[in-house]
Design a protein around this ligand. Structure first.
Ligand code: EPU
Length: 415
């Protein structure tokens, strides 16, 4: 067995409580945003995932001091010395591109490689660049490096052709020090954007409208430090809720904001999953037969594309033919071949999958092709008869804090 594999012996009934960690996709924006501060920023409850390790390396490259104190991360950006990011860590995650907005915003220049992240099909950054240009940046791309420079940044109106999470966050960060007012129209509304706006406003920014499709940023002169507690991870929560729907006797998922998961919870209800939704927790009980349903991923508050893959694994258990269309990443279906190796009957065509159920799953050697694809294999392996070996599990550790320990705590047989 490679150290990078997860082995699961499935068909165990899972019971107990699992606490959700704080949001990966919020944390990976909040950490680069500390570059904007002139004083110390303390982030509480930072998840223990490998994407955060990569970001710590990037902060190190800029000479930003970091201390882990239990679950907190104390970031001291006062001795920053550099605006160039050229280490391999840039290519290890998508969110390294948030240093573009943050360094451009604060220092008016940045040079960095192309960001990495999961292979979900084409992931252009044209909307980020369009926003930076509109604020006044000159952008060149040479020998694998982007260079962004602006004598000064000026507030302006920016319309996003698509409500991109990354572009919205990057433009917000670039605009906090721009002269005058920036308005982002057709902004993304994801909760992680509200979390970033909350933190930047605590630091002294003037941002209104985060969580709606129009965000207004009035430029300020300086941002100070702050203390900030990151929101819970809605995708990790959704994944454990799906695991509960697949394998629970009774699982309680805690540290959840149910409002962030409404589309998933309603879809699961339609499938016949027995659940009780509390103020900050969800209880999932053993269900009788699950029904096939149709689902479509959309921007928030629609069903998250990041949950499409774990949900597909659950759908193999439903009676009838389910369909999922991914409108955000129409090529995000690499997990389906792997699920089929385990006994699923899934066809993929033109941005959609058709899941013919129910199909009992059996243990197999499979490969995590990306983060949430890996999560879908974990769901499948927990349902499957026999032993499943999931290789390339490093994808999974990028976004699921202590997944082996959390699943073991629920009674899963996992190494
Ligand atoms: N898009 C463009 N041009 C751009 C930016 C995006 O065409 O300049 C397109 C993309 O190709 C895609 C769609 O817009 O088809 C959505 O992309 P978006 O920018 O919203 O996604 P992202 O910021 O790259 C974040 C999350 C993803 C999540 C998506 C959608 C982070 C670090 N990543 O990516 O999370 O799937 O939003 O919600 O926040 C994951 O956690 O597994 C993950 C991939």
């Amino acid at each position: 067995m490679s150290e990078d594999s997860i082995i699961i012996r499935g068909r165990r009934e899972l019971n107990g409580e699992v606490r959700i960690s704080s949001s990966k996709n919020a944390a990976v924006a909040l950490i680069p945003a500390t570059v904007l501060a002139s004083d110390i920023v303390t982030l509480y409850d930072v998840p223990r995932i490998s994407d955060i390790i990569a970001l710590r390396e990037l902060l190190g490259e800029l000479n930003i001091h970091l201390t882990r104190d239990g679950d907190s991360l104390i970031v001291d950006p006062r001795d920053i010395q550099n605006t160039v990011l050229e280490s391999d860590a840039v290519g290890r995650l998508r969110a390294s591109y948030y240093f573009m907005g943050a360094l451009l915003g604060r220092y008016k220049k940045v040079k960095m490689k192309m960001p990495g992240g999961c292979d979900l099909g084409p992931r252009p950054i044209n909307l980020h660049l369009k926003g930076f240009r509109a604020l006044g940046a000159e952008i060149t791309y040479e020998e694998g490096f982007y260079t962004l420079e602006a004598p000064e940044l000026k507030g302006t109106d920016i319309y996003l052709d698509f409500a991109s999470v990354g572009a919205t966050i990057n433009i917000m960060m670039a605009a906090v020090f721009a002269k005058g007012r920036t308005i982002i129209e057709n902004a993304a509304k994801e909760p992680e954007i509200i979390d970033l706006s909350t933190m930047l406003n605590k630091m002294g920014a003037q941002i209104r409208g985060a969580g709606t499709s129009v965000i207004t940023i009035d430029g300020v002169e300086r941002l100070g430090g702050c203390h900030h507690e990151i929101i819970p991870d809605r995708i990790e929560a959704g994944t454990y809720i799906i695991i509960g729907a697949a394998c629970a006797g009774h699982i309680k998922v805690t540290n959840v904001i149910p409002k962030h998961l409404e589309a998933l919870l309603m879809k699961l209800e339609e499938m016949g999953v027995k659940m009780e939704v509390g103020v900050d927790c969800v209880d999932i009980y053993k269900s009788d037969e699950l029904k096939a349903v149709d689902a479509k991923t959309l921007t928030f508050p629609g069903l998250a594309t990041d949950l499409q893959q774990p949900l597909t694994a659950l759908m193999t258990k439903a009676v009838g033919v389910s369909h999922i269309r991914d409108t955000i990443y129409p090529e995000r279906f690499k997990h389906c071949d792997q699920l089929n190796r385990m006994g699923a009957a899934i066809e993929v065509y033109n941005g959609s999958s058709t899941i013919n159920g129910p199909t009992p799953l059996f243990g197999e050697k499979v490969r995590a092709t990306d983060l949430r694809g890996g999560a879908s294999l974990v769901v499948a392996a927990l349902m499957a008869k026999g032993e499943t070996v999931i290789s390339d599990a490093y994808h999974i550790f990028r976004g699921y804090d202590s997944i082996r320990e959390k699943l073991r705590g629920l009674g899963a047989d996992i190494d």
